[in-house]
Design a protein around this ligand. Structure first.
Ligand code: KG4
Ligand code: ZN
Length: 343
């Protein structure tokens, strides 16, 4: 529970409570999103404008184009969120936005929109770290409370995190090279799947044999990960077909099996040492069918497993609002600036 007090531009103090309505904006990459969440858990509006159609043509996200699309969508998603919740600005307790990490030009659009709303309506502004927000997606529509162990897998990060309290967390291990989502996207491109590669590879893997190819699981110390060797192994494997038709489904299934087994093993050993009984999956790659299946298999071993529903796995603003409510490691200075990498 966040009893932290926030102040507006004119110094009006607000203390958050379970009736607080936070409007949050997320624009760190290729989704322009606005949500309103009550008491950090109850989603009363959730609007996401995806840019997939735009970036599909180029096979990836072009930062400059993404920023322009955010500009076009931002007012539309804000209006739609007010409409969905059937409330007006006077009912909002505080405005929040993702501050980083992300694409700078994209972050600026959401951050400036939220700061402007806070200034115009004289409400506090709360800046949020995108990674913390992914973790908080697990508080939406649940009763989850820390402590727990989390596996955070996204386009830019792969971490096992000891979440001791709402605001206190320690990274136990992380990738020393590629993030899981990045590896999915690169391998998808390698075998000719269109953007966005991760979900396409996941879908294709459903029709393949996970044992068709034995791929290397990197041996890295502690709870750290490495996926660049696997990526190189996939490259060599694809080249070995020498232009002949690729067994795409088998390649996808074998890659997915290797990644999900690696994640499962490290998470299992971290869980045993932690002594926690709750385990949480978070980040865009938490939408992956096989990774979900393997993490949910911990329920058979007596753990309580949480993973956000699909719509709150990939980028959304409900998780940002929840984070603004629960996590006190926020940026509540109206002059806060965006940042591209983890601080
Ligand atoms: O968390 P997210 O939306 O953005 C970041 O904060 O990075 O994660 C996006 C990543 C992309 O790499 C995307 O390919 C991956 O999540 N992803 C998936 C799936 N859905 C999204 N990867 C594998 N399987 C999926 N079903
Ligand atoms: Zn994300």
């Amino acid at each position: 529970m966040n009893n932290k007090k926030y102040t507006s531009f004119s110094n009006t103090t607000v203390e958050l409570n379970e009736n607080s309505l936070i409007m949050a904006i997320e624009s760190s990459c290729d989704e322009t999103a606005c949500s309103i969440v009550k008491g950090g858990r109850e989603v009363v509006a959730n609007v996401v404008a995806s840019q997939i159609k735009t970036h599909e043509k180029y096979g990836g996200v072009f930062p400059e184009i993404a920023a322009r699309e955010h500009l076009e969508a931002i007012n539309v998603v804000i209006d739609e969120a007010y409409k969905q919740a059937n409330i007006s600005a006077k009912d909002i307790t505080a405005y929040a936005a993702t501050v980083g990490p992300g694409l700078v030009g994209c972050l600026l659009v959401g951050l400036n929109a939220a700061k402007t709303l806070a200034l115009v309506h004289d409400k506090p502004f709360i800046g949020v770290n995108h990674l913390n927000a992914h973790l908080c997606a697990n508080y939406l529509d649940t009763e989850l409370k820390p402590p727990f162990l989390a596996l955070l897998v996204s386009g830019g990060h792969t971490q096992i995190i000891d979440v001791k309290s709402y605001s206190e967390q320690t990274i136990l291990g992380e990738t020393i090279d590629d993030a899981v989502g990045e590896a999915y996207d690169k391998v998808a491109r390698l075998i000719g799947l269109p953007y966005p590669g991760g979900p396409k590879l996941d879908k294709m893997a459903q029709d393949g044999n996970p044992k068709a190819f034995i791929l290397p699981q990197a041996k890295v110390d502690g709870y750290n990960f490495s996926f660049s060797g696997l990526k190189t192994a996939m490259l060599k494997l694809v080249k070995s077909f020498d232009g002949k038709e690729l067994p795409t489904a088998d390649l996808c299934a074998s890659f997915q099996e290797c990644v999900s087994k690696t994640l499962y093993k490290k998470l299992k050993s971290a869980l045993e040492v932690s002594g926690y009984k709750q385990v949480v999956l978070a980040g865009g790659v938490a939408a992956n069918s096989e990774i979900r299946k393997k993490v949910f298999s911990f329920t058979d071993e007596g753990y309580e497993v949480f993973a956000p529903p699909m719509k709150y796995c990939t980028d959304n603003a409900a998780m940002v609002a929840s984070c603004a409510y629960f996590n006190t490691n926020t940026f509540d200075d109206i002059n806060v600036e965006v940042f591209s990498r983890v601080k």
